[in-house]
Design a protein around this ligand. Structure first.
Ligand SMILES: Cc1cc2nc3c(=O)[nH]c(=O)nc-3n(C[C@H](O)[C@H](O)[C@H](O)COP(=O)(O)OP(=O)(O)OC[C@H]3O[C@@H](n4cnc5c(N)ncnc54)[C@H](O)[C@@H]3O)c2cc1C
Length: 417
């Protein structure tokens, strides 16, 4: 993609680490909105969006869940508007199939009400409370005591959106360098025109490829703490990988679900709970759960990385998290091992659906930042250190919010236009 680095004169070269949807949105925003700037996105794999962006639920969140005033709340709502317009303009899939957040027990109604207030504060459009009867009208096979209904919640194809961002970068004279695992980030003083820069390198000391950029933005998802540490931005917060596994409704049972069906989430966790998710290809997923993965890119139960495990074991935050949440962790492992256990929870929302109606689907791994005190970082976290800006936590809804995150980062790096 694009032409080799360094042959086109540019006032400034901006490097971005990571060709997931956040890195590509940032690269695109700079390439299109900052004339005279050349963008180079470095990606370690051989294709764009190989990790979180290529393994998620495909939901365009309307902004229901996020603490008012948080970056998530602000950038999710703005991100929806930008993404919707972009998908329309580029004829990419974007379907407003609507979402029910269902309370299946009376004791969940208080939490549901809190969620309603949050969503109103966040200006989620057209959100309303619905009764048991209205749940049935909207989703004839679902059940519950009451629900919130968000008709504008949508589904899309994030890998297709990311591909389109990459085309925009190339079209604006930038480049996405695939197969470029960044292994070194070194600030240099002086150098070209005396203005210094950052040497971004890949490979070993003997066979090293190096690219000089003026500024660097790190959007490395599951590796973001490690890449930020290369830039001397410190290792904390650390990334903890949580695998999310999906089951798939058998095609002959997919008609049982029309829109998105979610539980009322447990406010102690940043995850939304196992949900029913129609995909743009017509299939319906059930999931994802949240199982602590034994490797950062551990898409299967048996994938173990001793290096990642040792890194986690040496971090006090991991032990504090384990002490607080081991019961939930065990329950999630049970669901991971047995489709019946998995469906016992999910089946409460669509009572006619059980383990016989599903087959194993794919899995994704979430990059979840963890503070030293054992708390899971809830909000997006973006840190600037001189010429280097690092995205340290960009979990869901970062795909939804990607274009707004890009605007925010560009304003942080270059100042508001
Ligand atoms: C199971 C699951 C379900 C989700 N559901 C939703 C949803 O429905 N809606 C929503 O909005 N969000 C959802 N999310 C969250 C969303 O997918 C992520 O927030 C988003 O994709 C993050 O994008 P990213 O670009 O930061 O990370 P990634 O897509 O992971 O990209 C990071 C990139 O950096 C690259 N990289 C890492 N290290 C290096 C290195 N040293 N050198 C070069 N490249 C490197 C990686 O290879 C990768 O391509 C979900 C996530 C998961 C896992």
């Amino acid at each position: 993609m694009g032409s080799p680095v360094g042959f086109q004169p540019a006032d400034e070269t901006i490097g971005v680490v990571g060709a997931g949807i956040v890195g590509l949105a940032v690269g695109r925003e700079i390439a299109l909105r900052r004339p005279g700037t050349r963008v180079v996105v470095f990606e370690k794999e051989q294709r764009v969006s190989p990790h979180q962006t290529g393994h998620n639920s495909g939901v365009v969140h309307a902004g229901i869940y996020y603490a008012p005033g948080s970056l998530k709340a602000e950038l999710c709502v703005r991100g929806v508007a930008l993404l919707r317009e972009y998908c329309q303009e580029r004829a990419l899939p974007y379907r407003e199939i609507g979402k029910l957040v269902i309370a299946v027990r009376e004791d969940e109604l208080g939490r549901m009400e809190n969620l309603y207030e949050r969503a109103r504060n966040n200006h989620v459009p057209e959100l309303r409370r619905v009764s048991r009867e209205e749940i049935r009208e909207l989703e004839p096979h679902a059940g519950g005591v009451a629900a919130l209904y968000s008709p504008r919640t949508a589904i899309t194809d994030y890998p297709a959106v990311a591909e389109e961002f990459a085309k925009d970068i190339a079209g604006a004279g930038g480049e996405v360098r695939l197969g470029f695992p960044v292994t070194g980030i070194d600030e240099v003083r002086g150098g070209r025109g005396g203005r210094g820069g950052i040497d971004v390198s890949s490979g070993t000391r003997r066979a090293r490829v190096q690219v000089r950029v003026d500024r660097l933005i790190v959007c490395a998802g599951l590796q973001s703490d490690l890449v930020a540490a290369l830039a001397r931005d410190g290792r904390e917060p650390r990334i903890v990988p949580f695998r999310g596994e999906y089951l798939l409704l058998k095609p002959e049972r997919a008609h049982l679900v029309r829109g998105l069906i979610y539980p009322v989430p447990d406010p102690r966790y940043p995850f939304l709970g196992v949900h029913f998710t129609p995909r743009v290809d017509g299939s319906v997923e059930v999931g994802p759960n949240a199982v602590l993965a034994l490797a950062r890119e551990g898409y299967r139960l048996g994938t173990v990385s001793p290096k990642d495990l040792l890194g986690l074991a040496a971090y006090p935050g991991a032990w504090r998290m384990a002490a607080q949440h081991w019961r939930t962790g065990l329950r999630e492992y049970r669901g991971s091992l047995s489709a019946s256990a998995f469906m016992r929870d999910a089946g409460q929302y669509v009572p006619g659906v059980g383990a016989a109606d599903v087959v194993r689907g794919g899995a994704g791994v979430r990059a979840q930042a963890l503070d030293r005190d054992g708390s899971l970082v809830d909000d997006f976290r973006i840190h600037r250190l001189g010429r280097i800006t690092a995205v340290r936590n960009a979990p869901s809804p970062a795909a939804t919010a990607s274009m707004a995150i890009a605007e925010h980062i560009v304003a942080t790096v270059f100042g508001k236009a």
